[in-house]
Design a protein around this ligand. Structure first.
Ligand code: C2E
Ligand code: MG
Ligand code: MG
Ligand code: MG
Length: 281
């Protein structure tokens, strides 16, 4: 028996592992093909001023128009894009699309001069050496006002190698873009961490907004995050507002901006065009 165990332990070929590797290679190839064929599309979700529910900006959210599987959300392919590194060219494509779209909106609608366009950056993109030059190039080539661009980064990113993170954030800020921390409150950033990074906006994670609607209507955590943002003089945006009750509680707490299905789901650029053209959110 001991001999058998030993042999298993030194097995070099594991059919299950081989199948995994094959599948990942296939999926990677499919994602590469999709990038080359531009099967991706960027949807935009309104971000509103809470007291008036007026549009103040949009968040760019990528989708994959898969020829067989239909429209896929980011959950279906962003993890693979991250593990394969394809998030770098994909993210660059999303940023370019979003900037081109903003430039088009500005040409068509006077109202577009006051909005901001948020774009998500994954940790992998952030660590990519050419990031700052690429962002600068896209801003220059599309001619958008950098102040209208907000880059959303995750809290976990701030927990990594701090020296180079602060350096990259500083160089991005120097381009004129604004920085937001996405899904804020789900990581472990402390006050002292936050003070060291040149961020402008906190996006309060949906889980805190959800808590407002629990049986006892517990808004304690949402309140704490809003107060933290105010103490640090950062703008606060609540994510995932689905009910009128959440909307009103967040206003009572002093949260300035919000985003969620209550106002609008992510949609095609044309839906934002209708709003900019005069329709309310
Ligand atoms: P996120 O950046 O936190 O984006 C907000 C997500 O919450 C979006 O999901 C949006 O559709 C969803 N959402 C908004 N309002 C509500 C609401 O009221 N209720 C609920 N239940 N959900 C709401 P989506 O589009 O599926 O994106 C998921 C995540 O994928 C994003 O989370 C972001 O982390 C990532 N992602 C999306 N596009 C990109 C991209 O271009 N680059 C990178 N790196 N990540 C992206
Ligand atoms: Mg985001
Ligand atoms: Mg978020
Ligand atoms: Mg999220």
């Amino acid at each position: 028996a001991a001999k058998g165990d030993g042999r298993d332990r030194y097995a070099l070929f594991d059919p299950a592992m081989y199948a995994d590797i094959l599948r990942e290679a296939e999926e990677r190839a499919e994602l590469e093909r999709a990038l080359a064929l531009e099967e991706f599309v960027v949807h935009y979700q309104p971000i509103v001023d809470l007291p008036t529910s007026r549009l103040i900006g949009v968040e760019a959210l990528v989708r994959w128009e898969h020829p067989v599987r239909g429209m896929l959300g980011p959950g279906a392919f962003i993890p693979l894009a991250e593990s394969t590194g394809l998030i770098v060219p994909l993210g660059r494509w999303v940023l370019r699309q979003a900037c081109e779209q903003l430039a088009a909106w500005r040409t068509e609608f006077d109202t577009a001069s006051g909005i901001r366009v948020n774009v998500n950056l994954s940790a992998r993109q952030f660590q990519h050496e050419g990031l700052v030059e690429e962002v600068a190039g896209i801003l220059r080539e599309t001619g958008v006002d950098p102040h209208q661009i907000v880059l959303e980064i995750t809290e976990s990113l701030l927990m990594q190698d701090t020296e180079s993170t602060i350096d990259t954030l500083g160089r991005l800020k120097a381009l004129g873009v604004r920085l937001a921390i996405d899904d804020f409150g789900t990581g472990y950033s402390s006050l002292s961490y936050l003070k060291r990074f040149p961020v402008d906006i906190l996006k309060i994670d949906r889980s805190f907004v959800d808590d407002i609607d629990t049986v006892d209507g517990d808004a304690t955590l949402a309140e704490a995050v809003v107060q933290l943002g105010r103490a640090l003089q950062l703008q606060t945006v609540a994510e995932g507002i689905e009910t009128a009750e959440q909307w009103s509680t967040l206003q009572d707490l002093g949260c300035e901006y919000g985003q969620g299905y209550l106002f609008a789901k992510p949609g095609a650029a044309s839906e934002i065009s209708s709003i900019l053209g005069g329709a309310r959110v």
